[in-house]
Design a protein around this ligand. Structure first.
Ligand code: C2E
Ligand code: MG
Ligand code: MG
Length: 574
């Protein structure tokens, strides 16, 4: 090739090199610059000539911000020089340019002059920023800007079962905060929650290694790492004092107070990851009993110690993996004029063993997971029955509610959005509330009214077990009573139970409520209930609770015979 040709090609190559969309540079084995293209010159604010001046070649390490980045860059270079191409992300911070994140791919080239490394770099600053923003949003509470449960749990998971690293968690809750919500509206309540967040942060500021978080609603948590953990009870006292001071808001002076649950690792729990749950359990007990409003976790609070804790852990994982399923049990009409309905019942299989909902629902309530369980049940129950309603097989579905759902201020919104998403009429949905809850102070009137306004139906479950006051019953916006199965089971042999069943049916009818009898296991009881004028029947003698595919089979065979009370040849109530 002539000299002219060589010049031509090297100029062409140079033009290509300089017009590339990526920054390209060449380093010698001492990490010094041998060449760089125009984009790299722009990014680092320095010309190629200045970087590569004879005997004054500048090393790339000058551009790398800190010692850690320099070390990882040097390590990557050694591997490249050993023949193993590398890709790494690093922050360059040049004196004459702005800081930016680069993704650098490096390959070794062997030429006569010796080994050198060609590097191609892409600016990934914007992606890193976006990622950081997403990471921030998913780990912080939008209302207070404090770390959320995900971030706090992450801190605890990091410690695992390393018992040399003491840790402690306290969970704070504001008593009767829902009254503040109702009286002052959500906007003011949100401002108050921000003030509470600031007070808690101020209370812990003197301690190193302490993170304040917001678990949602009126619940906050403080995680104290090694060193600060021994002070957790003093921290709790300071927070309590801070929150006992009046808060000035909207021209009013409010004194909120607090309940606090504390749990400490390794003294009280076996794994650091269980601290948050344990502190929530302690809080639950603080709310109910402690005179001081502060309660330390004790494994007995869970009933059966660490076995119970492992159960809670498994339940949490099952929720995260959406392994809580529903089975649907038909509720059939016994009189003319009604359609078949369904009741959704939660199911959880743990290590191949079917767990009883009575147990795991109580556990979910105690450990603060019931809202998530209910959400999973609602999503499946509504989606599955929407299809059956559209096909005319059933007229609606009933879902069991725990009192915690009625205290959740977003509950009605979630129900409304599910109804909309699955396109079912609101009155096809019934919520069952146990009689004990319906009669207690925990019955949250605001949510009950909001659900009623939405158009969903309410039913009193397990009627007969919860000491109803007739006066209260008359004023509840419910449309139905479900007589508890304990009265149905032996009503044919136990005269007392038969009387209770008969009286319940009459009482319900006089209050213009429908009646469902649950737990019917034989035809004779079914016939007796139909004669007594009971409106609906549910029980194993009609069908077990079934997963959707099996339920479909059942409906195809039985729905024509069962709907509208058509299967009941028994004479109707006079
Ligand atoms: P429940 O709401 O009173 O539901 C009726 C229970 O009676 C169900 O038990 C059902 O399987 C059972 N059952 C139905 N027919 C018969 C029968 O003929 N004989 C007998 N012996 N039992 C019958 P399950 O599924 O074990 O649920 C127990 C309780 O757990 C439910 O009682 C309800 O209070 C609660 N539960 C279930 N799923 C949920 C849920 O998603 N959320 C809430 N909060 N509670 C739930
Ligand atoms: Mg029920
Ligand atoms: Mg029941």
């Amino acid at each position: 090739m002539s000299e002219q040709d060589t010049n031509f090609y090297s100029e062409l190559l140079r033009a290509y090199f300089d017009s590339a969309n990526d920054a390209i540079f060449v380093l010698c084995n001492e990490l010094k610059f041998l060449m760089c293209n125009r984009l790299m010159e722009q990014w680092i604010g320095c010309s190629e000539a200045a970087l590569t001046r004879h005997n004054e070649r500048r090393p790339i390490t000058e551009l790398l911000g800190d010692e850690d980045t320099i070390t990882s860059f040097q390590r990557a270079m050694q591997q490249v020089l050993a023949g193993d191409p590398q890709r790494l992300e690093c922050l360059i911070h040049p004196a004459g340019g702005e800081a930016r994140w680069l993704e650098i791919s490096m390959t070794r080239v062997d030429v006569e002059a010796g080994d050198m490394v060609i590097a191609v770099a892409r600016d990934i600053t914007r992606q890193r920023e976006q990622l950081a923003r997403i990471r921030y949003q998913s780990t912080h509470d939008p209302l207070t800007g404090l770390p959320n449960r995900v971030l706090l749990q992450g801190l605890l998971d990091e410690v695992g079962d390393d018992s040399s690293r003491n840790s402690a968690v306290l969970v704070v809750d504001i008593p009767r905060f829902r009254d503040v919500n109702e009286a002052l509206g959500y906007r003011t309540a949100d401002k108050i929650l921000r003030t509470v967040a600031q007070r808690i942060k101020a209370a812990v500021v003197a301690y190193q290694g302490v993170t304040t978080g917001h678990l949602g609603g009126d619940q906050f948590a403080v995680v104290a790492g090694n060193g600060a953990a021994v002070n957790i009870e003093s921290i709790a006292d300071i927070i309590r004092t801070q929150l006992a001071r009046p808060i000035q808001e909207s021209g009013m002076q409010l004194t909120l107070g607090s309940n606090i649950g504390i749990a400490q690792f390794p003294e009280q729990v076996e794994r650091c990851s269980n601290l948050l749950q344990a502190a929530e359990t302690a809080l639950h007990h603080a709310k109910q009993s402690a005179a001081t409003g502060i309660r330390n976790f004790h494994p007995e609070l869970y009933g059966a110690g660490s076995r119970r804790l492992a159960l809670v852990n498994d339940l949490r994982t099952a929720i995260d993996d959406c392994r809580i399923r529903v089975h649907l049990q038909p509720i059939v009409p016994l009189q003319k004029g009604g359609g078949i309905r369904l009741e959704a019942l939660a199911r959880w299989t743990r290590d191949d063993v079917e767990m009883s909902p009575d147990q795991f629902i109580a556990l979910a309530e105690l450990s603060g997971h019931i809202l998530q369980v209910t959400q999973l049940v609602m999503e499946q129950a509504i989606a599955q029955s929407a299809q059956l309603i559209r096909e005319g097989f059933v007229s609606g579905v009933a879902i069991n509610l725990s009192p915690h759902c009625l205290m959740d201020r977003f509950f009605t919104d979630r129900v409304a959005s599910l109804i909309k998403r699955c396109q079912i009429p609101a009155n096809a949905l019934t919520f069952e509330i146990t009689e004990g809850v319906a009669m207690s102070e925990r019955m949250h009137q605001h949510t009950v009214q909001a659900l009623k306004t939405l158009g969903v139906q309410l039913s009193i479950d397990d009627f007969g077990t919860g000491h109803s006051s007739l006066c209260k019953l008359r004023h509840l916006p419910v449309g139905e009573l479900k007589i508890d199965k304990s009265f149905i089971r032996d009503m044919l042999t136990d005269e007392g139970n038969a009387t209770i069943v008969k009286a319940s049916i009459n009482l319900a009818h006089s209050l213009k409520l429908k009646v469902v009898a649950e737990g019917i296991e034989d035809e004779a009881t079914l016939a007796c209930l139909a004669r007594m004028g009971c409106d609906y029947a549910q029980g194993f003698c009609i069908s077990q609770p079934l997963p959707l595919p099996e339920l479909l089979g059942w409906l195809k065979t039985h729905s024509a015979a069962m709907a509208d009370g058509a299967h009941c040849q028994y004479p109707a109530k006079p």
